[in-house]
Design a protein around this ligand. Structure first.
Ligand code: ADP
Length: 380
């Protein structure tokens, strides 16, 4: 069986085609700059058309990454009209993600109406988070009326990192206490115990925790009404500022992209240096908080674009964490760029690992599982 995995962003589609026997990658790539004047295609439907033209092999199903499953879509599902309507309801909580995820689903439904599609949610791995970690201290009336709680994101990546870390380190997942650091354009950190997320840095929407490419991370909520009043901002103004104009972009005044920030920082640009310091400090702070929440730590795992490729960030994050038994080996850290490896010193009580995350493989596996459940008539 072959499965096509799509990860649709607002201006890009990442795709990978798997032969599930042996989990072999048959094809993969990226269509980007969707909708830009000079871009290759104007919308996701045209982007998918381009991908289909490039693929030599057939496939039997499509698996999608969907960021926000809301309070009802707990586990991966085969997509129906009702599921699409449900995902749509959470567009405003994940405005950078859910609308393009849906655009990809609709493009497949349009061009390949008979091919089954599955949605695998970033929120699923966090569904078992205990109430004390997921409950916000606002009146219960609002929490219940609007389902306001911490949902958690990047769950597909955190799940992959935890499972792979467990296999590589030989620590059974049921007993493991891990902190998984998904440091990409979106960033989140998760405390994993008993094989599931027990706390994570993002949130109800996709803004909280560590500052991201353009998203603000944790700020004092008092800033929001204050700014709205002083600057006569509407809710869409403030959302735009916090989702699209904040984070590393606002701190560095250079770019949302870590490569550019590091380049500027090495030229001693003070705002780029500040952006790096704020980012690493926030990651370090949450590692301390989650080590306390877990009551101990077996491994610290770095993944995603920044986590996999930037030894400098890992070094800053891990510095002065001897108190927690975390000791980085600078040589190993410097050597591991973009690939799997252990980067802790032999004396470190906590193992530190870099694991290239692989959300696509997990989505392909879940899609295959859903199809076989359906084929055996065990749905619902
Ligand atoms: P997403 O999937 O959310 O778009 P990624 O996991 O691809 O994000 O991570 C993107 C981030 O990783 C960007 O900030 C990018 O600059 C950074 N990144 C990727 N590769 C490198 C590298 N070699 N050096 C520095 N930063 C990198």
């Amino acid at each position: 069986m072959n499965i096509l995995v799509l990860n649709c962003g607002s201006s890009s589609i990442k795709f990978r085609l798997y032969a599930m026997e042996g989990e072999q990658i048959l094809a993969g790539g990226l269509i980007d700059r969707i909708g830009e004047e000079e871009g290759p295609v104007q919308n996701h439907r045209e982007g998918l058309r381009l991908i289909l033209d490039r693929l030599d092999q057939d496939f039997q199903a499509v698996g999608h990454r969907v960021v926000h499953g809301g309070p009802r879509l707990h586990d991966p599902v085969l997509i129906t009209k009702d599921i699409i309507a449900e995902i749509c309801r959470y567009n405003e909580l994940a405005p950078l993600h859910n609308p393009p995820n849906l655009a990809g689903i609709e493009a497949v439904a349009d061009l390949l109406p008979t091919v089954p599609q599955a949605a695998v949610f970033d929120t699923s791995f966090h569904q078992r988070m205990p109430d004390h970690a997921s409950t916000y201290a606002i009146p219960r009336f609002f929490r219940e009326k609007h389902n306001i709680r911490k949902f958690g994101f990047h769950g597909i990546s955190h799940e992959y990192l935890a499972h792979r870390g467990s296999a590589l380190l030989g620590i059974p997942l049921a007993k493991a206490r891990f902190i998984t650091c998904h440091l990409g354009n979106g960033t989140s950190i998760t405390a994993v115990a008993g094989g599931w997320s027990i706390d994570t840095t993002i949130g109800f929407g996709t803004l909280a925790g560590i500052p991201m490419g353009t998203r603000c991370g944790d700020i004092d909520p008092a800033i929001i009404p204050f700014l709205m009043e002083k600057e006569s901002l509407t809710t869409s103004d403030i959302s735009r500022i916090l989702y699209y104009e904040s984070g590393l972009l606002a701190l560095s005044e250079t770019s949302n992209d870590m490569r550019s920030i590091i380049k500027e920082a090495s030229a001693q640009n003070p705002m780029a240096l500040l952006a790096l310091e704020v980012y690493c400090y926030q990651v370090k702070k949450f590692i301390g908080a989650f080590a306390a929440a877990l009551g101990g730590l077996d491994a610290l795992i770095f993944g995603a674009g920044i986590g996999e490729n930037v030894p400098l960030i890992r070094e800053k994050v891990c510095s002065n964490l001897g108190l927690l038994g975390i000791h980085l080996d600078p040589d190993r850290n410097g050597e591991v760029v973009g690939r799997e490896g252990l980067i802790s010193s032999p004396a470190s009580r906590v193992k530190i690992m870099v694991i290239p995350t692989n959300e696509e493989l997990l989505i392909a596996r879940e899609t295959k599982r859903l199809l076989s459940v359906e084929a055996s008539g065990m749905t619902g």
